[in-house]
Design a protein around this ligand. Structure first.
Ligand code: ADE
Length: 225
């Protein structure tokens, strides 16, 4: 999979993309991450990327020209499954969306800033708008890093134990059951007996029961869906 990220703050990605799973996925050539600085494509003398909003009001709007030039350049080099735009005024991201996007070959992610991008970019180039939650971040970069992480870990070969993504919270619409490791007794805090029994069928039943219990208690909305 190839992911092209369009941003005015490319350095934000240095941290998340150079550690752990995303680092390994790139080393193993399972994913290629390309960060593009939108400002490099501005034809303006001052290299501007934003301008005042028509109709007035506080806040700048990201202008069409550099974003369009960059998108057209990328699209002339390969075809893209989706062009995503990170914005709080969109449908909220979930595990099902991550499963779906993990089957893509090429993705573009546009990170918004200020008051957002000129609506005409959204109307004519963006194929999917994504919010990571009902709160407002300073820009789309951290949200884009969340999308990339949640998608890339689902690509076969990225996680060392491939079955572990299947038992994640949300993968079956439920929260995960509690987990324990050694010691079995820490100052009197014991592990549920069933987990030490070696009876795989009973352990599985216990986990399903606890997952359901936890979901009912913390996220009953998931059960209503
Ligand atoms: N940009 C600012 N806030 C955001 C959010 N909640 N999701 C995605 N992009 C954003």
């Amino acid at each position: 999979m190839r992911i092209d990220i369009l941003t005015i703050f490319p350095e934000i990605f240095d941290g998340p993309f150079s550690q752990s799973m995303l680092k390994r996925a790139q080393e193993k050539k399972i994913v290629e991450l390309h960060i593009h600085n939108i400002r490099d494509y501005s034809t303006d003398k001052q290299k501007s990327v934003d301008d005042y909003a028509f109709g007035g009001g506080a806040g700048m709007v990201m202008m069409i020209q550099p974003i369009e030039d960059l998108i057209l350049k990328l699209k002339s080099e390969r075809s893209y499954d989706e062009i995503l735009y990170m914005t709080p005024d969109a449908k909220v991201w979930n595990q099902q969306s991550a499963n779906h996007l993990s089957m893509s070959d090429n993705l573009i992610i546009l990170c918004g800033h200020y008051k957002g991008v000129d609506q005409r970019i959204r109307d004519h180039y963006i194929t999917r708008e994504i919010s990571i939650g009902d709160y407002v971040l300073t820009g789309g970069e951290l949200a884009a890093a969340v999308i990339v992480d949640s998608v890339v870990r689902l690509i076969p070969g990225v996680l060392s134990d491939e079955t572990s993504a299947l038992t994640d919270s949300h993968q079956d619409g439920l929260l995960s059951p509690p987990v324990y490791t050694r010691p079995a007794n820490h100052n009197g805090w014991t592990v549920p007996e069933i987990l030490l029994s070696g009876n795989t069928r009973k352990v599985e039943e216990w986990r399903e029961e606890k997952a359901l219990e936890r979901t009912q208690k913390i996220r009953p909305d998931l059960l209503e869906k």
